[in-house]
Every structure is written in structure tokens, then in C-alpha cells.
Design a protein around this ligand. Structure first.
Ligand code: ADP
Ligand code: MG
Length: 361
């Protein structure tokens, strides 16, 4: 919205698999898997691809790929057209960038204390966001707008230097959900620095809505992949979907892959799509609401959940900020996490939902 840019988890591009050679270290459990003949397994998954219908659209600042299996092409294309329109609508409703007016921008520009009516779905996603903020100890927070805009990672021009300490401290005053007040007619903010930013959750919501629209069109087997954040439903001609997880430091390489069937969301927050280097230091777009600085504990945080991509999206950001110590919290909420920390060490929670198959290193 740009909620983000780029491909993180992409469903597998088999020709890249042979390039896998990550240099970071992994724990001993992961090493056991190195012996797997990963390439052969992945190639076996190529079967039946001819039956798929695939289309891409540029929405929310990223390439959204729709893959539909097992139905006739005309029906699939019509379903994709409707799902893409719905996802574009969601971008327009939630974005805080660009010139087109919406209620979120109106809220962010309101006089502190003024009550602003928010459309039902914005109201609802805000309530969900506040819940995740409370559950995650504010590692994820929807009131990070002034700080996001100050850093400018989602602006058309990538920033070249960090903002001043004074500007960061000023913006941080607003990064507090206590500054949001819900009233019968809408929401008010108590401080002009308190600005909404749905950048870490609205993409997941758009994916969920995209899947809902596909289903309304009779589609039961599909992947909606919004630049690496995806939800997969059904299966791939009777076999599980095989979904590769991008290596955070090696373009075109994977950390490993998942087999998904039923209704699974796999969402990743990574530090490799939106960043700049300044005086030899890397600054990336996921911000630590405590410090106002880019979060430093992780390079990639993946959340796997049953169905709900909205929640998985918010939690992938929370996990990225918290680092490996956020994994138990995630597990306690029925999700599964896979984290590559800032040193390249991989940490995984219990495999309650999907097995992960690390690539040969
Ligand atoms: P991506 O945009 O790469 O999918 P995320 O889902 O983690 O990654 O969303 C990052 C975006 O969310 C940022 O561009 C910014 O708009 C916003 N954001 C940054 N830090 C936080 C945070 N700690 N909590 C909530 N939103 C955040
Ligand atoms: Mg997110």
C-alpha cells in the first residue's frame, strides 16, 4: 500500500532450487535435513502444473500471484478478476499513502479529540490490531503511522539516511494504543503524533478477502500470494501445495519448503525488500515500537496459521520485532513460527501445523 514490496515466500520456482547455498548457520535439528534429496522432491512437485491457471496483478505495492487448480480456465480467470478487484479495493480503503482520500487518512489528519467515523471493516481491523498489539506486548502496533512516515520506507523514493533522534522521539510519543479512544460514533486520537498504519496487517486481510471471493466463485483449490505472504486452500490436483520459503540473504535461494493442504496461511516479514545502507549500517522497514528504530533481532520471521492470513500477517511483524523469544507466545496462540535471527541462526517453534523441510545447505 505500499504495504510492502517484493517476494518473500513464493510458491516454488523449481529452476532456482539448485542454487541454494545459504552461508548462515543453522541449529543441529535443521542440519539433519541437509541429507534430504531436496531437489528431487521439489522436481517431483512439478507434475500437474499444466492444469493450473495463473495470473499476476500489481496490488498493494507488490506482485500478487493467483494460482488456481482443477477448474476450467474461463471460470478461474473470472474468479481471479473479482478477487483482484476486491484486493485493490482494500488497498484503497487502508492505505495511508497517495493522494486518494480515505477514512484512515482522514483519521490521521484529524484534530486530536475529534471523533472520526471509520467504515465497518476499518473499525473491525483496528480492533483486531489493538488486540494483537496487547497480546504481543506492542511488538506489533497499528499506531506506528507517524514513525513509518518519518522513516519513509513506503514512500516512492527509498530514504538515504535515518531521521534525527529528536524527530524519532517526537514521533514515538504517538506510538501508544492508549492514545486511541473508541466512542459510539467512531474513534478519536489524543495526540497528533498518533497515526494509524495498517501496513503490517492489511495485506493479510486482503489475502483473506481474496480467498473469500475466489470461494464465492466456486474455487476450492488456490493460492493467493501477495509478494510472499500467502494463503493456500484445497490442494494441487490431489497433492499438497509445495511452497518454498525464500532465503533472506540469497536472492533466488530457498530456506526450505512446506507442504500445505486444507487452508493454510504462510506469512513472512523480512528485512530484505525495503532497506537502505547508511554509513555501513543496514536500516530496514520493520520498526521496533520501543526504540523507534528498525528492529534488529531478525532477518526473516515466518508465521504459519490455519486459515487466517490477517492474524498471521500481524504476528509475523510482531515475531520479527521480538526475535526468537517471541516464538512461545506465537505457539500459545495456536500458530507456528520460523525465525532467522540477525546472525543467520534459524529458530523454529513446534511443528503443530505444517512440517518444514529445510533445503540442503
Ligand atoms: P511487509 O510490509 O514486508 O509485508 P510487514 O508485514 O512486517 O512487512 O509490514 C511492515 C510494514 O508495517 C511497514 O512498512 C510499516 O508500514 C508497518 N510497520 C513497521 N513496523 C511495525 C510494527 N512494529 N508494528 C506494526 N506495523 C509496523
Ligand atoms: Mg505483517
Amino acid at each position: 500500500m505500499p504495504l510492502c514490496v517484493g517476494v518473500r515466500v513464493s510458491w516454488l520456482r523449481f529452476e532456482f532450487i539448485f542454487l541454494v547455498a545459504p552461508s548462515f548457520s543453522m541449529n543441529s535439528v535443521s542440519r539433519l535435513f541437509f541429507l534430504l534429496p531436496a531437489c528431487m522432491l521439489l522436481l517431483a512437485a512439478c507434475s500437474n502444473q499444466s492444469q493450473d491457471v495463473r495470473e499476476s496483478r500489481f496490488i498493494m505495492g507488490t506482485l500478487v500471484q493467483f494460482t488456481i487448480s482443477g477448474v476450467e480456465e474461463g471460470m478461474a480467470l473470472e474468479a481471479i478478476r473479482a478477487a483482484a478487484a476486491e484486493m485493490q479495493r482494500i488497498e484503497d480503503v487502508f492505505t495511508i499513502y497517495g493522494t486518494q482520500a480515505n477514512a484512515v487518512k482522514a483519521f490521521n489528519a484529524s484534530v486530536p479529540g475529534e471523533v472520526v467515523a471509520l467504515p465497518g471493516e476499518v473499525d473491525s481491523l483496528l480492533k483486531t490490531s489493538i488486540e494483537v498489539a496487547q497480546q504481543s506486548g506492542d511488538a506489533f502496533t497499528p499506531v506506528i503511522g507517524s514513525l513509518s512516515i518519518l522513516w519513509g520506507f513506503s514512500l516512492p523514493e527509498v530514504p538515504v539516511a535515518p531521521p534525527s533522534e529528536l524527530d524519532i522521539v517526537t514521533a514515538l510519543i504517538g506510538v501508544d494504543t492508549q492514545m486511541l479512544v473508541h466512542e459510539s460514533k467512531g474513534w478519536k486520537r489524543l495526540n497528533s503524533q498518533t497515526q494509524l498504519d495498517f501496513g503490517a496487517i492489511a495485506k493479510g486481510y486482503a489475502i483473506d478477502r481474496g480467498i473469500a471471493v475466489l470461494r464465492e466463485h466456486g474455487i476450492g483449490n488456490a493460492i493467493v500470494d501477495a509478494g510472499g505472504d500467502l494463503r493456500a486452500i484445497g490442494d494441487h490436483a490431489g497433492k499438497p501445495w509445495r511452497i518454498g520459503l525464500r532465503h533472506p540473504r540469497k536472492e533466488g535461494a530457498t530456506l526450505g519448503w512446506f507442504e500445505a493442504s486444507g487452508d493454510i496461511s504462510i506469512v513472512t516479514s523480512g528485512d530484505y525488500e525495503r532497506f537502505f545502507l547508511y554509513q555501513g549500517k543496514r536500516y530496514q522497514h520493520i520498526l521496533d515500537p520501543q526504540s523507534g528504530m528498525p528492529a534488529e533481532r531478525s532477518s526473516s520471521a515466518t508465521v504459519i496459521s490455519v486459515a487466517n492470513a490477517t492474524i498471521a500477517d500481524a504476528w509475523s511483524t510482531a515475531l520479527f520485532v521480538s526475535g526468537a523469544e517471541g516464538l512461545p507466545l506465537l505457539e500459545s496462540r495456536g500458530m507456528q513460527g520460523l525465525l532467522v535471527d540477525a546472525d543467520g541462526q534459524m529458530h523454529a517453534s513446534k511443528l503443530t501445523i505444517l512440517p518444514f523441510h529445510p533445503s540442503a545447505q
